[in-house]
Design a protein around this ligand. Structure first.
Ligand code: 5GP
Length: 194
């Protein structure tokens, strides 16, 4: 997605060897116009899949997931990050290792909002090693729902998540695919989406 790549090039900051900071438009301040475009592209790509719910994790997945759900005209659910003590029988839960915080988190979704009739599209801000998506897939499977695809705003192709999702035979759309970081610059993969 050309405008997303341009935004990353002009505003993204590479931290160390493997983290991209994009807090001016995605992870802290949010660019609503860019999010709307992102939602339109995901909705267009996944429309034929008869999606009933869009699913993400709080907090950075919420903006792109909400815009996608608006375009698809279905509800959006965000998994909450709970202390395990507060989980009760009314939740599906999974354990997710946080890439940026380097801690293990419990995520949870109320059983009221996801069930066997649902066809679920997962949306997230970043794909690194795929642990967040794996946690959401775990919950979808506990609910007896079907995962129909994964939409990622920015994937770092040099990490394990991309192949993990493809190994599960799930359609994956990433709007910006980063091949590598080189001298603090972002180098994108050749093939571009939308
Ligand atoms: P994964 O679970 O795929 O290893 O990591 C994905 C999650 O970690 C995303 O939900 C995102 O919040 C965070 N994350 C991973 N890599 C980055 C990064 O380079 N920059 C930012 N801002 N967040 C990241």
């Amino acid at each position: 997605m050309k405008i997303l790549e341009e935004k990353i090039k002009s505003e993204g900051i590479v931290l160390g060897s493997d983290i991209l900071k994009v807090d001016s438009f995605l992870n802290h301040q949010i660019d609503p116009f860019l999010m709307l475009q992102i939602g339109k592209v995901f909705a267009e790509k996944f429309k034929p899949n008869s999606i009933s719910k869009v699913l993400t994790i709080e907090s950075s997945g919420i903006a792109p997931a909400l815009m996608t759900s608006l375009q698809l005209q279905v509800p959006m659910i965000f998994a909450r990050k709970h202390e395990s003590r507060t989980l009760s029988g009314n939740f599906f839960s999974a354990s997710v290792y946080s890439y940026t915080k380097q801690t293990e988190n419990q995520i949870a979704i109320s059983k009221k909002f996801i069930g066997p009739k649902d066809r679920v599209l997962i949306i997230d801000d970043f794909l690194a090693n795929g642990q967040a998506v794996q946690g959401l897939l775990d919950i979808i499977s506990q609910a007896g729902a079907v995962a129909v695809g994964v939409g990622i705003v920015i994937e770092k192709r040099f990490q394990a998540g991309h192949n993990l999702i493809l190994s599960k035979k799930l359609p994956l759309i990433s709007l910006a695919s980063i091949d590598r970081f080189e001298n603090g610059q972002v180098i994108f993969c050749k093939k571009e989406v939308a």
